[in-house]
Design a protein around this ligand. Sequence first.
Ligand SMILES: *[C@@H]1O[C@H](CO)[C@@H](O)[C@H](O)[C@H]1NC(C)=O
Ligand SMILES: *[C@@H]1O[C@H](CO)[C@@H](O)[C@H](O)[C@H]1NC(C)=O
Ligand SMILES: *[C@@H]1O[C@H](CO)[C@@H](O)[C@H](O)[C@H]1NC(C)=O
Ligand SMILES: *[C@@H]1O[C@H](CO)[C@@H](O)[C@H](O)[C@H]1NC(C)=O
Ligand SMILES: *[C@@H]1O[C@H](CO)[C@@H](O)[C@H](O)[C@H]1NC(C)=O
Ligand SMILES: *[C@@H]1O[C@H](CO)[C@@H](O)[C@H](O)[C@H]1NC(C)=O
Ligand SMILES: *[C@@H]1O[C@H](CO)[C@@H](O)[C@H](O)[C@H]1NC(C)=O
Ligand SMILES: *[C@@H]1O[C@H](CO)[C@@H](O)[C@H](O)[C@H]1NC(C)=O
Ligand SMILES: *[C@@H]1O[C@H](CO)[C@@H](O)[C@H](O)[C@H]1NC(C)=O
Length: 555
Amino acid sequence: MCRNVLLILSAVVHIKPTKANQSCKITSDRRSADCKGLRLDHVPITNLTASLEELDLSFNTIQVISKQDLFKLSHLRVLMLNFNNISLIVDDAFHGNIFLENLNLFNNSLTEIPFKALKPLTNLKVLEMSNNLYTQASLDASFLNFTKLKVLSIGGSLVNSLGSHDIYVLKNISLDKFAIKTGTGFKSYEPGYFSNLDTKNLWFDIAFDKKPDMLPMILKDLANKTFDVLRFRNLFEFQYYTGKQDIFSGLQYVKTQLLTFYRGKFNEEVMRMALVNLEISSIKGLELLLIDFARSQNRTQGSSVTNLTLEKLVLSDISNPDIMRFDWSFTWLNHVRQFIVWNVNFNSVPCDSWPEMQSVELLDISNNQLRDSYIYNPLCDIRNALHNSEIFYKFPNRILKCFLVIKVIFVLSRNFVNSEWCNYELYFAQQRAIGKTFSDVILIVKEPIDPTSLPSKFCKLKRMLNTKTYLEWPQQPTEQSFFWVQLRSVLGQPNIIRQRTTSRHSRLSSVRSVSLIELPQDQSSAGTDEDGHQISDEPSNRCQQTLENLLEGHK
Ligand SMILES: *[C@@H]1O[C@H](CO)[C@@H](O)[C@H](O)[C@H]1NC(C)=O
Ligand SMILES: *[C@@H]1O[C@H](CO)[C@@H](O)[C@H](O)[C@H]1NC(C)=O
Ligand SMILES: *[C@@H]1O[C@H](CO)[C@@H](O)[C@H](O)[C@H]1NC(C)=O
Ligand SMILES: *[C@@H]1O[C@H](CO)[C@@H](O)[C@H](O)[C@H]1NC(C)=O
Ligand SMILES: *[C@@H]1O[C@H](CO)[C@@H](O)[C@H](O)[C@H]1NC(C)=O
Ligand SMILES: *[C@@H]1O[C@H](CO)[C@@H](O)[C@H](O)[C@H]1NC(C)=O
Ligand SMILES: *[C@@H]1O[C@H](CO)[C@@H](O)[C@H](O)[C@H]1NC(C)=O
Ligand SMILES: *[C@@H]1O[C@H](CO)[C@@H](O)[C@H](O)[C@H]1NC(C)=O
Ligand SMILES: *[C@@H]1O[C@H](CO)[C@@H](O)[C@H](O)[C@H]1NC(C)=O
């Protein structure tokens, strides 16, 4: 059964980022202006009409917001200033903008929170001001007046302590989302910080590498609170936790529908601690996303997790397929109803896993390295094991992908070329795509590469490097946002990607139905993710993120 798969679209056009000199795009009703990524070093006052309600100045190089910059924009509701280099917002900068509801100052260079400037903004619903350079993230009394606030992000890489009264002023505010970031030097947590917080979603960007004992202290403050989502980013950022203390003790008293771990280093022992505490909690959903997983050296005797009752377990984009062999048994999957494994690159399903997945009702193992024959290993008797299940696999893992590949993106770095996996991908593309026409391939060069250093089997790639133009990943961080703009323009309209969603009929007669499901999309809310990359509902974000992961993985 063959199908057409559009991986990535359009042709290669760019060589190097050139200085952009476009103008702001203003809608015909003059309510909205898009001045994103224009390398503006100041607010283009003369171009902005007083009728504006939405102004996007993100991804520029603005350093100061002064009194006259925004004063006349009295109807402004949305102001995006994220990803600039703002170090000063004068006290009366927002005096003319009292209807402002959404202010984004994420990723700037503020050395203190501009309380005086924020004070008149009592209509704020969304205030993003994390990832700045202030050292103190304690909120002042002006927040008592921000009664409509729903989303708040604070902190940054220089915040090293959280004091018990820092966010006390939020006591009477019911938030949808609160996000807090600290730096790698994070060293003190005063119990009580979270005690008065009321929020549906709580996102941590706190690395506990140096102070793992602070995690149980925080969990204690969260006891008996109710969340929709509790999310930890980079729980351990640089080193695996090797201590003996159970850092997840207290998790059992936290009531959240979903617990997410995003990025960070997770060894088997930490995972065990988390799962053992999850077992006795009321938490019904667990996601492990972009985790760097490592096995324990020693094999434990017997399985430690046998009663993990979850509605949904998601393992996505995990560095090491060994995570599937957690605990050297599959008993941790005993009571999981929806099991979703995306891009974990495991390549076989051992027979002993099937009987353990007796409760699984939905199994989605798309985007891995599986072949059909491995899934339905004839030596396994799985007919009874999965009698209740629907098996979803929308994108066969490695069925060479009879696919007609239309476009392929390659990110070339020295590591890329050296690594086996990437060699494979290159080889594949060479056979499938390059062999026919070069115009199907978008080359991105992450670092200078000497074409002569490439293995000889990539002769066509060598030729491409010599004859084709390509996109270059800029070393200057300030130019990187422009790179994404360029890449997006090379990719063109993203909606075609959806077409690669496919379904196929299972050979198991006991399987009841087969459904179409969408490509995995980013689950986080629209806006920017914690890495600051723009997110919208377009499927192209999936490409962009995967690509960014790839770039990051090859640093
Ligand atoms: C940028 O400005 C220069 C001169 O002002 C003009 O020649 C060029 O076409 C412009 N480029 C773009 C992309 O607008
Ligand atoms: C502002 O308007 C001038 C004159 O129309 C135009 O040349 C310039 O590109 C505009 N700048 C921005 C940032 O829109
Ligand atoms: C940001 O602004 C500071 C001055 O406040 C300047 O020294 C620095 O070079 C700027 N950084 C970038 C990346 O533009
Ligand atoms: C802003 O983002 C850039 C690029 O991701 C990053 O290098 C920089 O450290 C960030 N700045 C702050 C203050 O977090
Ligand atoms: C709250 O708003 C009122 C009315 O605008 C103002 O008088 C008061 O000073 C504000 N309180 C704080 C703490 O900012
Ligand atoms: C919260 O509201 C109560 C009752 O309206 C009030 O007594 C208390 O001072 C408020 N607390 C804060 C921190 O604003
Ligand atoms: C949580 O609630 C339970 C039952 O209401 C109570 O026994 C326990 O002390 C509470 N824990 C905390 C830390 O408030
Ligand atoms: C693994 O087991 C060996 C022998 O039982 C022991 O000496 C060693 O400390 C263990 N290593 C770890 C990381 O637990
Ligand atoms: C297993 O977990 C369920 C739900 O959390 C609980 O009702 C049951 O008592 C647990 N069974 C054992 C043997 O702990």
